[in-house]
Design a protein around this ligand. Structure first.
Ligand code: NAP
Length: 290
């Protein structure tokens, strides 16, 4: 087979960041500084790193961020109260609750507290439902990033068989819906799927969102398939055995440098989208009063 195309997430992210930065600068000139609030509960070192990366990206591309760090022993009620406070804060346009939260917290309840207009990470069931119906504002960021990579490289989706491994509410399920909305035929696999290698071997597009290092094997892959590795495990290792899958793939994302950077690009883009919506709403109110 000819050399597979390496799908470069950094390149895709750069293009999205450029546009986001221009839009953020325009907003600043109109007196609005797009602002992402990140909420971190506890001291998980990886979560710390992710939140820091997101705040740094905000700074770099003309947004601002508010970092809320709550102690490990925070209760569900305290977390909900903090999110409600951010919902009411007009300076905050997007809210990101870094997950996982400590296990004693009702994570779903905390997610559902986020105002739909500020749900830039697409974690509420309302936001998810709207995206699934094809009209949502903010799809979950990694699924949005995966679609952007496919589109950037003009990979055909319609009529293709996509096999998604994983069904989490932030990744597997929403990416399946986005692929379905683009007329792919979608198979969603999970931990109870029988004969997973057989399903994967039927795929024109494989999305790995399992959370297990080097899980997807080379001999599962149909020659020429497009492989998107959404996984990110300790030591910068994806959910796909890259070396083994490379000779079979038509195109493949590396880890790092695949959907990861595009995920952050979408978080910032969605925050700027949300800030623009507040500006538009203000302008409508002015017109109505005039
Ligand atoms: P998750 O919530 O743990 O979900 C994992 C999914 O994989 C579940 O649906 C599970 O099935 C399925 N699964 C587990 N073992 C399996 C097996 N042996 N065979 C088939 N399916 C299996 O994980 P997630 O949050 O979706 O994350 C998935 C991966 O993406 C992780 O590596 C994570 O680090 C990465 N990630 C990356 C980004 C980024 O920005 N790049 C963002 C989010 C996540 P059940 O539902 O049956 O349990």
């Amino acid at each position: 087979m000819s050399n597979p195309l390496i799908l470069d997430g950094l390149r895709v992210a750069k293009e999205i960041h450029q546009k986001t930065q221009e839009r953020a600068q325009k907003l600043r000139k109109q007196g609005i500084v797009p602002c992402l609030a990140t909420v971190l509960v506890g001291d998980n070192p990886s979560s710390h790193t992710y939140v820091r990366m997101k705040a740094k990206a905000c700074e770099k591309y003309g947004l601002t961020s508010v970092r809320i760090h709550l102690p490990e022993e925070t209760t569900t009620e305290e977390l909900v109260a903090k999110i409600e406070e951010l919902n009411r804060d007009p300076r905050v346009h997007g809210i990101l609750l870094q997950h996982p939260v400590p296990s004693h917290i009702d994570e779903r309840k905390a997610f559902e507290t986020i105002d739909l207009e500020k749900d830039v990470d697409g974690v509420t069931s309302h936001g998810y439902g709207e995206v699934s119906m094809g009209f949502g504002q903010y799809p979950s960021c990694t699924p949005a990033g995966i679609m952007a990579i496919l589109d950037y490289y003009k990979i055909p989706i319609e009529g293709k068989h996509a096999v998604v491994i994983g069904r989490s509410p932030i990744l597997g399920k929403p990416v399946s819906q986005l692929l379905l909305n683009r007329n792919a035929t979608v198979t969603v696999c999970h931990s109870r799927t029988v004969n997973l290698p057989h399903h994967v071997s039927q795929a024109d597009i494989v999305v790995a969102a399992v959370g297990k290092p080097r899980f997807v094997q080379g001999d599962w892959i149909k020659p020429g398939a497009v492989i998107i590795d959404a996984g990110y495990n300790k030591g910068n290792i994806g959910d796909v055995d890259f070396e083994a899958c490379l000779p079979k793939a038509g195109a493949i994302t590396p880890v790092p440098g695949g959907p990861g950077p595009v995920t952050i690009a979408f978080l910032l883009k969605h925050t700027v989208d949300a800030a623009e919506r507040t500006l538009n709403a203000k302008q409508h109110v002015k017109q109505d009063l005039a």
